[in-house]
Every structure is written in C-alpha cells, then in structure tokens.
Design a protein around this ligand. Structure first.
Ligand code: MN3
Length: 199
C-alpha cells in the first residue's frame, strides 16, 4: 500500500517550550519525512512491494545487495522510524506509569541508568542513526543503536522508544550538541504513556 505522511499528533509549535521548535518540525516532518514517503512511493511503484505493508517492506528489503532494494529499504524504514518518533513525543505523559518504570528498573537497575545507556547509545552512534529502547523476543528490554535508517523490525524486536540522531533532528535547536539534545529528549519531550502503550 502506498505510504502516507502521518499528521503530527500535536501542533507544529506545541513542543517549542520543551526543546523542539516549530522550525524543526517544519523541516523534519514536512520536508524530510515527506521526502521518504514520496521517494518510497516512487520506488515501490510497479514492484513486488507495491501492495505490501511498510513493515513487510522493511523486513523484506533489509540487507539486500541490490541497489533498488536498498533504496526501497532506506525510504520505507525511515518512514516507519519517523512515524514512531513523532508518536513517542508530546505534551503529556511526563510521569512514567508504574508498569513501565518497573520494567526499566528490572532491565537496567534504575530509570536513571536506562537514560544513561540510551543517551550513550545515541551519542555514540557514529554518523547518522537512531537510539532505541526495544523489547526482544524473550521480553527483555534493551537499549540499542542503529546506523542510518535501520530499525528494530530488522532484528525481530519491538521498538518502544526511538530517537533520531541524524543532524537534521537537532541542529536547529541544539546546534552540534547531540548529548544535550538527547538529555532534553528524555527529560522533556518523551510522552512516557505512548512508550508504555507499546510494552
Ligand atoms: Mn530524521
């Protein structure tokens, strides 16, 4: 099925006071994400992937040597990644539900240690990519990082939280300070109710 650019679940200026400006959303959602949707639709037209879901396309085209399949993967995966990224931020959900807090404490020792690991993954991703909180096939929670557009579906994991660490995600609001952007993301931007709903 054709990809569709999802509307943001809040106004473009809703999170400006929390550290992500209207200008960033206009650039990142309206231009970057839209480009992945438009390019993905052009690339899948007339191929075996045309009638498939975005998840089927991501898994089916991951790590293939064909240049055409790589192009489809990059755009489909980034479409999926960005849709999740918009969803896990918001003005609400600033207090973690007990169920999520317990799951984080069980897996990382404390919420603070989870945040430390997540920030380190994002800051340590060389070049463009993503930091993730995932649930693996055994139900364990893990922090991971991926390069470029690779996402947790490629490894059979459920993504609970993802943070875009491509420069376009933070340069307008934080310039080159990726660690400050990551700390702000965790402390102010995440809607923990949206994360808990994915547990
Ligand atoms: Mn991006």
């Amino acid at each position: 099925m054709a990809f569709t650019l999802p509307d943001l679940p809040y106004a473009h200026d809703a999170l400006a006071g929390l550290g992500m400006s209207k200008e960033t959303f206009e650039d990142h959602h309206d231009i970057h994400h839209k480009a992945y949707v438009d390019n993905g639709n052009k690339l899948i037209a007339g191929t075996e992937w045309e009638g498939k879901s975005v998840e089927e396309i991501v898994v089916g085209t991951y790590n293939k040597t064909s240049v055409a399949q790589n192009g489809i993967f990059n755009n489909a995966s980034q479409h999926w990644n960005h849709a999740l990224f918009w969803e896990v931020m918001g003005t609400g959900g600033k207090v973690m539900a007990p169920e999520l807090e317990k799951a984080l404490v069980d897996s990382f020792g404390s919420v603070a240690k989870f945040k430390e690991d997540f920030s380190a993954a994002g800051a340590g991703q060389f070049g463009s990519g993503w930091a993730w909180l995932v649930k693996d096939a055994t139900g364990a929670l893990k922090v991971t990082k991926t390069e470029n557009g690779v996402n947790p579906l490629c490894f059979g994991q459920t993504a609970l939280l993802g943070c875009d660490v491509w420069e376009h995600s933070y340069y307008i609001d934080f310039r080159n300070k990726r660690p400050a952007y990551l700390a702000n993301f965790l402390d102010k931007l995440v809607d923990w109710d949206a994360v808990a709903a994915k547990l």
